[in-house]
Design a protein around this ligand. Structure first.
Ligand code: TTP
Ligand code: MG
Ligand code: MG
Length: 472
């Protein structure tokens, strides 16, 4: 494991020394012949070309939710912490690094995690707090580059191309970003730097926590070669099995395979995977993806107070938000419902979504439960729904490129197409229509899209700090 401490003192020489270590770190598992390693190091040291076409950093916080809890409560520091609901049926959102050697991790049931690590402390999640810390982290990244693409609350690509004069060579950039995040938040971030997004992402995942991994541009293919194919972004268990069936176990196997055969076997994805395996990835850092939430809210012509009345509007908002998420190839890990009472009091509740989704049906169901918690405050004059903690679909889904899209997804995609072709409200669900066949009356729609970090959003969108939104 490489900690950032190993890349201090960054001259050209030490950068090579770092590479040297890094190279061995990877090859340890790869059973490369020693002579092969020596030959590659020789190539590396004589390559001499230190200019990269792009410099991309991928930054990801270490055990994010758990680290925030340990930061805020010193008693938790150094202890195994599981962030999740205090219910045996609940799911672990993340485990601190002290809990990981016991085999605890995200998505495991609390019951299983407690069986593996009985002395772990369970801490209910405080999403508001994580969102605020996230906004602070993203602002730190903004100080390093105008091109920052957040992938989730704790993770972003930062395009550092052309910033050598300001920050020094890539490893120095990584060290500076790590220091700045630590100074601003007290938390550790792990960073991978490479000449493409894909390789930077793989690099940061390889050495955690508190890692700093630099993949020299000229060394990209050799660095990727010994890694397992599942390290490739978008290769899930099914694709991994297909590649294994073709005799392709490592990224190097994939890189050396015949692209035409691969295309025959796997279609256009075969070509794409072959490109990635060879270090080719044309994806740019897209700061335009930076959307913190997408929402839809309406001031109603008639106040609503029953669950059924509210649900009609939630359904419509969920469908609209879902279409916009799909359109932007984003999915959400959170949903928030906002209700304004007739006396203009705002109430809101939010919940996490696991797995992340862009499906209107899922957004709707979650929002219905949230609205039920606020029903006692009614009647209401405004109903709003927002999806937040957005990420690019490719970013954190292990896409099974060959799986048929699930039924619900196909249905909603078809609805999108019809509505965009023939007008926004061409198709409506029967239950959204009142008896006389017209859609329930509303004032003009106010769709809201916030690109402000959540703690800069207007105070009107109040959420309840510290509340356990009932993840399960
Ligand atoms: P990750 O970056 O995937 O994980 P992490 O930061 O906890 O740990 P690592 O050091 O390995 O990066 O996710 C960031 C946060 O997102 C995590 O702290 C909790 C939350 N999360 C969920 O709520 N559900 C999930 O399934 C995962 C994977 C994460
Ligand atoms: Mg993380
Ligand atoms: Mg992450």
């Amino acid at each position: 494991m490489f900690s950032s401490g190993q890349v201090e003192d960054l001259g050209e020489k030490s950068r090579k020394r770092y590479n040297f270590k890094n190279f061995f770190g990877v090859s340890r598992n790869a059973a490369l012949a020693k002579t092969d390693i020596e030959q590659r190091l020789l190539n590396m040291n004589t390559a001499g070309d230190t200019r990269w076409p792009h410099i991309i950093a991928h930054a990801d916080m270490d055990a994010f939710y758990a680290s925030v809890e340990q930061l805020d409560n010193p008693e938790l520091r150094g202890k195994p912490v599981l962030v999740g609901p205090r219910s045996q049926r609940g799911v672990v959102l993340t485990a601190s690094y002290e809990a990981r050697p016991f085999g605890c991790g995200s998505a495991m049931s609390i019951a299983e995690a407690m069986r593996r690590c009985p002395h772990a402390v369970i801490v209910p999640p405080r999403f508001e707090r994580y969102t605020k810390v996230s906004a602070r982290i993203m602002r730190v990244f903004d100080n390093f580059s105008p091109r920052v693409e957040p992938l989730s609350l704790d993770e972003a690509f930062i395009d550092m191309s052309g910033a050598e004069d300001l920050f020094g060579p890539p490893a120095a950039m990584g060290r500076r970003i790590k220091d700045a995040v630590r100074e601003a938040t007290g938390l550790n971030v792990t960073i991978g730097l490479a000449s493409t997004k894909h390789v930077a992402k793989i690099a940061s995942a390889l050495h955690k926590p508190d890692g700093l991994t630099v993949v020299e541009h000229a060394e990209t293919r050799a660095w990727l070669a010994p890694l397992a194919v599942k390290r490739i972004w978008g290769v899930g268990p099914k694709m991994e099995a297909r590649l294994h069936a073709l005799g392709l176990k490592t990224i190097g196997d994939l890189a050396r395979s015949d692209p035409r055969t691969l295309a025959l076997q796997l279609g256009q994805h075969g070509t794409h995977l072959h490109d990635l395996a060879n270090g080719r990835d044309p994806q740019q850092v897209e700061s335009s993806r930076r959307e913190w939430s997408i929402g839809s809210e309406r001031t109603l012509e008639q106040d609503v107070s029953t669950p059924e009345q509210i649900e009609v509007h939630l359904r419509r908002a969920a469908d609209r938000v879902s279409a916009r998420l799909r359109n932007k190839r984003l999915h959400a890990r959170g949903v928030r419902v906002k209700l304004k009472t007739t006396s203009f009091q705002l109430h809101s509740r939010q919940a996490r979504l696991d797995p992340a989704t862009e499906l209107g049906e899922v957004l709707f169901r979650a929002s219905r439960n949230l609205a039920a918690q606020m029903i006692r405050f009614g009647p209401f004059r405004l109903v709003g729904l927002a999806a937040f903690d957005l990420a690019a679909v490719e970013a954190d889904t292990q896409l099974d490129l060959f799986a048929e899209p699930p039924r619900q997804n196909r249905l909603e995609t078809t609805l999108d197409k019809l509505n965009s072709r023939f007008g926004r409200d061409t198709l409506k669900r029967a239950r959204d229509l009142e008896r006389n066949g017209t859609v329930m009356g509303t004032a003009p729609t106010l769709d809201f899209r916030s690109s402000l970090p959540p703690d800069e959003e207007p105070a009107s969108d109040r959420s309840l700090e510290g509340e356990d939104p009932g993840w399960d």
